[in-house]
Design a protein around this ligand. Sequence first.
Ligand SMILES: [Zn+2]
Length: 402
Amino acid sequence: MGRSLLIARIGELVTNAPAADGAGPGPGPFAVINDAALVIDGDRVAWTGPSSRAPAADELVDAAGRAVLPGFVDSHAHLVFAGERSAEFAARMAGLPYAAGGIRSTVAATRAATDAELRGGLRRLAREMLGQGTTTFECKSGYGLTVVDESRSVVLAAEITDEVTYLGAHVVPAEFDGDAGAYVDLVCGPMLEACAPHARWVDVFCERGAFSADEARAVLTAGRAHGLIPRIHAGQLGPGPGVRLAVELGAASADHCTFLTDADVDALAAVAPSPSSAGTVATLLPGAEFGTRQPYPDARRLLDAGVTVALASDCNPGSSYTSSMPFCIALAVRDMHMTTSEAVWAATAGGARALRRADIGYLAAGAKADLIMLDAPSHAYLAYRPGVPLIHAVYRSGVAQL
Ligand SMILES: [Zn+2]
């Protein structure tokens, strides 16, 4: 037993607690306790319940009516890069369309950067995320696109998170123009060999202008053979085969899902995570639609069909240079017609599902003590007061971070 900490007088405690009947590991549906308390013991939540029944603890924090939520789980972020693309953003806002090829300018800057420069950028973004309530984040490679630059990207990412994704198949680099097949061979061969020991996930940008269904299948299958779990960029710029491929290969998540056929929605609903199956989550990234001025994904269509939905930032220097989960929640509520509780669930428990984590995304005895306290009485304020810094405190593994 470590030292225990009682957080008392919580106005609204968002628990997402698993059902008592043993519905399986990890978070349950959205749930709250009003006038609540929570006890942390070491790095875990030891107890939650009404404030009036709170047990004694070594230390006391008075929440004074504030809301407490699970820390945000950002399951989709591209943080290993150098340079910035504000001019491209400004041009896009002035009317130019977004194309996947813009990634190449970040690739050139990333290859030219030193390890120290990349590490500095990563740490800055990780601090930025933490200050906005993100306690777990995924981090992809994908701006190196050589064996050396991809492997240093996953090694650097592994310094700051356990959720490292090998994204050698982000875009075909310029030196392989006209010979995508040779690049896919590299991604599935020596580059994978170098990166797999440092990663948990394998990802591919399955999109016109990036990788075809057959190329994406080759990359994900090769990754799986090296012990990596697939996830996929699917349906961002137009309808395509990505969602079908995600379902076919048992990917943890199909990300973007902006353009979906009815068959895609049905397929995702059929593989929604359940107690007996890890399943496939649809991860929506509204920062990308905001940053490219594209139509938002139809979250209601997915939710009403029974698909498990996560929200993530897609933080990257091209299409979505935000690290803010509260911003994504506000967009999801205002422009994607998610309820405030659906959006908060998707940004916490949904992210945990997308990362196949049973220890985060909820607050109940046994969960990791990753939580945030808002300067507000309810989770709804995250959308009700958009753009306002509402994070009063962040605890990760039971330790106050801010
Ligand atoms: Zn992405």
